[in-house]
Design a protein around this ligand. Sequence first.
Ligand code: PAF
Length: 275
Amino acid sequence: MQIHETIASLRAARSKSGRVALVPTMGNLHAGHIALMTVARGHADQVIATIFVNRLQFRPGEDFDSYPRTFAADCEKLAAAGVEHLFAPDEAQMYPQPQSYHVEPPPEQAGILDGEFRPGHFRGVATVVMKLFLIAQPDVALFGRKDYQQLMVIRNMVREFNLPIEIIGGETVRAEDGLALSSRNGYLTTGERAEAPRLYRVITDLANEVRNGAKNYSALESKAMNKLSLNGWTPDYVALRKKLDLQLPSAHDSGLVVLAAARLGSTRLIDNLEV
Ligand code: PAF
């Protein structure tokens, strides 16, 4: 695997023929990321992974400084997964001067759910993903479905800017007890790690009630939030939304998804499940 720290080096190495897949990450790679690399492999002749902890998508007081950086271990996993190129720029490479142009996703997509609790987060994500797309010029790009709202924002950005890039969402990979794999799971204490699978159980219960015909959506959401609160969580939201645009469903809508974000101790976990 070739490691590129500069845009020029990556551009020179990028294949001029065949399909190129891009898998953007912030590193601290787990089996969910590696599954994305494997899917990428099946869609392209050349796979480019990126590792860049993007300051723009963190709010002051969030975990930018403490975000786990495990570069050597990440490189081993990527090489073992058959990735040809890793783009791992530093901040001076990505933001040689403070980024003054941004991609601003519309508030109805980026100001709800996670965007309500992390204002500006999706602007930071959309801006860095646009930069990575322009740098690597992939034919296909892969993102995990665990970040469901992020995937929606990126799909819409690609469509509205007519970017010639196919976007593929990778399935969420879970631990045996159901907890969605996430770099932030590493922040959990032993006790919190034992409690953490409750988030998936709570959204699974809610999804099952809806599958069985329940229509009292806001009561179901409140019940789910209460279950979390009673067990020591601080939920930001548990929300039943339309898959396509994450807007509120009416009773006759189908194609729904349950999304949740909640804090356990100082760790904020998110998860989702399509109904
Ligand atoms: O999902 C992530 O890890 C990040 O939000 C992404 C897409 C790599 C952009 O920094």
